[in-house]
Design a protein around this ligand. Structure first.
Ligand SMILES: [Zn+2]
Ligand SMILES: [Zn+2]
Length: 386
């Protein structure tokens, strides 16, 4: 291991021509000497030189004056709750150029760059001041300190949640139309939420979660969908959602949150939204209206014909199958009956009733033109383990 004495001559040679602050001078040799404090090493190396009021050739004394940037970081976090962070920095290119110049001129290899040192120093000071943890792998907030523009930008880690909802009012869509100005990306008009209205299941859940966690955009993964006129009953429909840029990383959630149209329940934070396609089964109650009078004998055919999977033809000739596990029916009047099916998720209810590229459809089975008046969900059960 080389000693301070050995590097002293070259250190003197450098500062004679290019005066450096303690941190920058120490940095050039600390790795080689296996020392952790650049500043202390810099001080020692300067012991026998006369004190100078010159500015550091590389950093222009930035390393001794990080306080205003630390203040910017603290200000940007005033609303945020978090426990871990990481810092990124953007420096003036001239600082980096001068650092490169000194390193190549004096053939100094394997040392930290001035950018690394500034970032490290700022992180250390922030951690000391706030008692938050510096974490590189999965930090809750990421700072970008821009020394060129004297700004600090903060991004927080998205949070993922899962929950269930019931829809107790008809005429209410599941999905919300995006903000027309930004098409859902987030802009000033929509307060960066990507939505301007909140009159849907998506809107109500988003609003509830924004009130809890803050954040910009809520991105949903739905376990199936329903019609505007459908109700979602029973234990509700599961959903997953990611909230971008939350102010808080955690909060207590009520077991149940009611609005006059949607009830949100069992909402909780999860590590992440599952990526694989999620399979599920639904119990759907379908109100069917027929053109001709219903013959009870024809309804009997439903069970037999729906014992094997129905085939669905898509626009481009794509063919898929859905299984129906259980069929029940009840005649309500001359032209109306209720059909309750337990079916594989993603079942096209209206097309199935009409018989529109779905084989067999209800119309064909009972030999009577049918149409779907409305349909409600009684149960949605996920069949994928996650
Ligand atoms: Zn310096
Ligand atoms: Zn917008």
């Amino acid at each position: 291991m080389p000693s301070i004495k050995e590097v002293s001559p070259i250190a003197n040679q450098i500062i004679k021509k290019y005066f450096l602050c303690d941190s920058c001078l120490g940095r050039l040799f600390s790795k080689k000497l296996n020392l952790s404090s650049n500043m202390l090493l810099g001080k020692k190396l300067k012991q026998n030189t006369s004190p100078s009021s010159k500015k550091c050739y590389i950093c222009k004394n930035l390393l001794d004056n990080l306080a205003p940037y630390l203040k910017l970081m603290l200000e940007s976090t005033s609303k945020y709750g978090f426990s871990s962070f990481v810092v990124g920095t953007i420096l003036k290119p001239s600082i980096i150029d001068r650092d490169d110049y000194i390193r190549s001129k004096f053939r100094l290899r394997g040392i930290d760059s001035v950018k690394t040192d500034i970032t490290h120093e700022l992180s250390k000071q922030f951690a000391r001041k706030t008692k938050k943890n510096l974490e590189f792998l999965d930090p809750e907030v990421t700072f970008t300190v821009n020394f060129k523009e004297k700004t600090c930008q903060l991004r927080s880690k998205q949070i993922s949640l899962q929950g269930r909802y019931n829809k107790i009012k008809r005429g209410f869509p599941q999905k919300q139309k995006s903000c027309e100005n930004c098409l859902g990306k987030g802009c000033r008009t929509c307060d960066f939420h990507g939505l301007t209205d909140y009159d849907s299941v998506e809107g109500k859940i988003s609003k509830f979660l924004f009130s809890k966690f803050g954040g910009t955009i809520a991105k949903f993964t739905w376990i199936g969908g329903e019609d505007k006129s459908s109700l979602v009953l029973g234990s509700g429909r599961p959903f997953f959602v990611r909230i971008k840029n939350p102010i808080k990383q955690k909060d207590r959630l009520p077991k149940i949150f009611k609005t006059n149209s949607v009830i949100i329940h069992n909402c909780k934070i999860i590590p992440k939204v599952p990526k694989k396609p999620l399979t599920f089964r639904s119990i759907i109650e379908i109100k069917v209206i027929t053109e001709e009078e219903i013959q009870s004998s024809s309804l009997k055919k439903l069970k037999k014909h729906l014992a094997s999977p129905i085939v669905i033809y898509g626009n481009s000739g794509k063919r898929s199958e859905k299984k129906i596990f259980n069929v029940q029916y009840q005649k309500n009047s001359k032209n109306k009956f209720t059909l309750v099916v337990k079916a594989e998720g993603g079942f096209p209810v209206k097309r199935f009733v009409i018989g529109d590229d779905v084989v067999p459809g209800v119309s064909q089975i009972i030999d009577n033109n049918c149409k779907c008046e409305e349909f409600d969900f009684h149960e949605i059960k996920m069949t994928t383990n996650n």
